[in-house]
Design a protein around this ligand. Structure first.
Ligand code: HSE
Length: 432
């Protein structure tokens, strides 16, 4: 049995540096947990001469990823360099070299997770990816181990810190979307090109990974319906507040009668839903299991040390498996054939904000349209607008099927009394 496990690191940015720090600073605790010492011995960097926050011998640094992958002494590869196709090639090469892999790469896991798990298992290797979803929150382990005995019915996730920061600023400080985005960029949460965050793609990747695991079904990224927050206005938020809602970018995954649905969209959450209190750049995943009922996992969704915590915990799992001789034995084949819900099988409440002609019969036209589509009103708010002869109407519906809802959305555009359609949002939460 090995008395020292050697780790090869692909990437030494913020997260890679956090991994080296944790392995170096927690040596004693790690040795106690896994029964041997752990060292980072080979590291892929972009510049070997750069001054760094962590001390590593110069001979440990390399510009060639294959120096790490092919190093016969390295037992486990930690991938924190990002990228998709080239990185996938490197990880497949690592499995052929019988190296275990731990990654933080959500793009790669969302797109090729099943293929990489299969390759790992065929080579008797482990493939762990806790850090790919919600940084420091142990949600993958929570689903794979903690709730392994239960049937997961619904998951709702705030899995993107940038958008949660922006929406919190808009909601609590009345900032506009543009000002809040600029502040997120100045503080380093949002990228210079924030598209992947604000348009919901980052959250969609994470929800695909969670849904695949929770529903044991080969859910793919293209199965996730995505809508981002770039069109959310401060007026929408104010109307939501009046009705007792908080706006969040919610990843929603649900399974009923064997059929699954996964989506990401700006959602009005009832203020009494636990996710409504998750603010700033924090992440949280609400999981409803048939037996356990409601649970919620909360914490930092990004950052060097939080993400490194997940990676080093994955290292502990890999090394424990090495010592027990059970690497590559996790169940990787989904239990169920993928079955996605049809629009008739998906149900939700919605918030609809309209400007209508303030004239006799306008409301009855709206009522006729909603009732002809089988959609019933739960809450209605009418406010006069400054513009002469126009009123603002906010409607919250009872649950309706997505088929009926989409049909209504198409038809409402043609109603003569409708001056403009300001917004449509999903509504979720107890009492919502
Ligand atoms: N851009 C991501 C976020 C970082 O804002 O949450 C973590 O994946």
């Amino acid at each position: 049995m090995k008395d020292n496990v050697k780790v090869g690191l692909l990437g030494l940015g913020t997260v890679g540096t956090g991994v080296v720090k944790m392995v170096q600073d927690h040596q004693e605790q790690l040795a106690h947990r896994v029964g041997c010492s752990v060292d980072v011995t080979k590291v892929l960097v972009k510049n070997v001469d750069k001054k760094r926050e962590v001390e590593l011998p110069k001979e440990a640094l390399t510009l060639d990823p294959y120096d790490v992958i092919n190093d016969p002494d390295v037992d486990v590869i930690v991938e924190v360099m990002g990228g998709i196709d080239e990185t996938k090639k490197l990880l497949l090469a690592a499995f052929h070299q019988k190296k275990h892999v731990v990654t933080a790469n959500k793009d790669l896991v969302a797109l090729y997770g099943s293929e990489l798990l299969k390759a790992a298992s065929e080579n008797g290797c482990d493939f762990y990816y806790e850090a790919s979803v919600a940084g420091g929150i142990p949600i993958i382990r929570g689903l794979a181990d903690g709730l392994a005995s239960d049937k997961i019915r619904t998951m709702m996730g705030i899995v993107n810190g940038t958008t949660n920061f922006i929406l919190t600023k808009m909601n609590k400080e009345g900032m506009s979307y543009e000002t809040a985005l600029k502040e997120a960029q100045d503080l380093g949460f949002a990228e210079a090109d924030p598209t992947s965050d604000v348009e919901g793609l980052d959250a969609a990747r994470k929800m695909a990974i969670l849904a695949r695991l929770a529903f044991s079904m080969d859910i793919e990224l293209e199965d996730v319906n995505v809508d981002g927050i770039s069109n959310v206005s401060d007026s929408d938020l104010k109307h939501g507040q009046t009705l007792g809602y908080t706006m969040k970018l919610i990843g929603y995954a649900d399974q009923q009668n064997g059929g699954a649905e996964v989506s990401v969209q700006p959602t009005f959450l009832s203020n009494d839903h636990p996710l409504a209190a998750v603010n700033d750049e924090y992440n949280a995943v609400y999981v409803y299991g048939e037996a356990v009922g409601e649970t919620m996992f909360y914490g930092p969704g990004a950052g060097g040390l939080p993400t490194a915590t997940s990676i080093v915990s994955d290292l502990v799992a890999v090394i424990t498996n090495m010592r027990l001789g059970v690497n590559g034995k996790s169940i990787t084949v989904p239990q169920f054939e993928k079955q996605l819900k049809t629009p008739e099988e998906k149900f939700a409440k919605h918030f609809i904000r309209l400007h209508v002609r303030d004239e006799v019969g306008a409301f009855s036209e709206l009522t006729k349209l909603f009732s002809s589509n089988g959609i019933s009103f739960e809450k209605i708010l009418q406010l006069p607008l400054e513009e002469e002869g126009v009123a603002e109407i906010v409607i919250v519906t009872h649950k309706a099927s997505m088929k009926n809802y989409t049909q209504m959305q198409e038809q409402i555009k043609d109603l003569a009394v409708v001056h403009s359609i300001e917004s449509f949002y999903r509504v979720e939460g107890e009492g919502a």
